[in-house]
Unconditional design. Sequence first.
Length: 341
Amino acid sequence: MTVTEGKPGRAALHLARAASLAPSPHNSQPWFFVEEGHDRAFEVHADAGRRMPLTDPGGREMVIACGAALLNVRTAVRHLGFRPLVDVLPEAADQRFLARVSFGAHAAPTDDEESPARALSLRHTHRGPFGPEPVTEALLAELRDRARAEGAVLQVLDVPEKVGLLARLVDTAERADRTDLWRAVELAHRTDLWRAVELAHRVGPTGVPVGACRAHPDLTLLAGRDYLGLSRRYTVSKRRRGVGTGIVAVLCTPYDQPADWLLAGQALQRVLLHAAGHGVMAAFHTQPLERPELREEVRRKVTAGRYPQMVLRLGRPPHVCPTPRRPLDRVLTRRPAPLVR
Ligand SMILES: Cc1cc2nc3c(=O)[nH]c(=O)nc-3n(C[C@H](O)[C@H](O)[C@H](O)COP(=O)(O)O)c2cc1C
């Protein structure tokens, strides 16, 4: 790739900043962005070097994260007063080149289009129990609509047996992860301890800060990832487990190709931004989706044959904890615009 010298355009910086705020597995930020010409178009690429080799060998979660970044770019273009024109997987020979976004017709954003932009920096991943205030049925219906508008289904589990079944599958995956030495090493590389090494090599910051994973992972019905190894130090009694679990949901798609993963990421982020605008955050429990046999069980027994892409809980967190992002000059490059004949 030819990279030009000089400062990126202001719009490109604005889009890269928005894109970087997307969620990603263990905050791996598996993306890079290219400004074509001077604010002519903005490209979203998957950075395969940042994929988790053990938990995400096929790159599905990496593409979901990039899909969320793409939704943020669309939101930011709209905020600037343009309609985003999106070309998905524009080069068949390069499956890591996920989307090109350019500026369409000028039109002032409506309030409904503007509120996701306001929520970009409010959204954070939660871990542990939620507070007691409920998520209303009306908001859940709006979240389902947001997912559907992107071509995905947000399946809210309202039958206790299904929540119980999903909880058991999450548990099975999480227990297996906790005793798998190599997965534990992969996870440890995604916490603050590793960040010190990254900073020393000037590649960070990535990873999940300690402040964002202090809650014991076994407090809620769906087990969380044990980023800090807390379950090795003390256990949570069954009686204490479950309070503050919130609403359990699975985001799924009818098919399971890279284009569907990209779609799932956009649907996810659209749901998350709308929720965050109403003070509702998500916690994620994707452990069973990282093991093919358990993912297949979720698909057959929980999501009626649709492909599960994300397992989440929704609720009102007592507090939020922001995670760091890599500086923009690490994620954004420039390329001269192609010559127009
Ligand atoms: C595909 C995907 C899978 C994720 N899986 C989990 C998970 O299983 N457990 C968890 O605590 N967070 C999970 N996350 C959330 C990330 O850890 C979080 O997005 C990242 O640390 C950045 O923090 P932020 O979302 O607060 O900006 C996932 C995010 C994505 C996009």
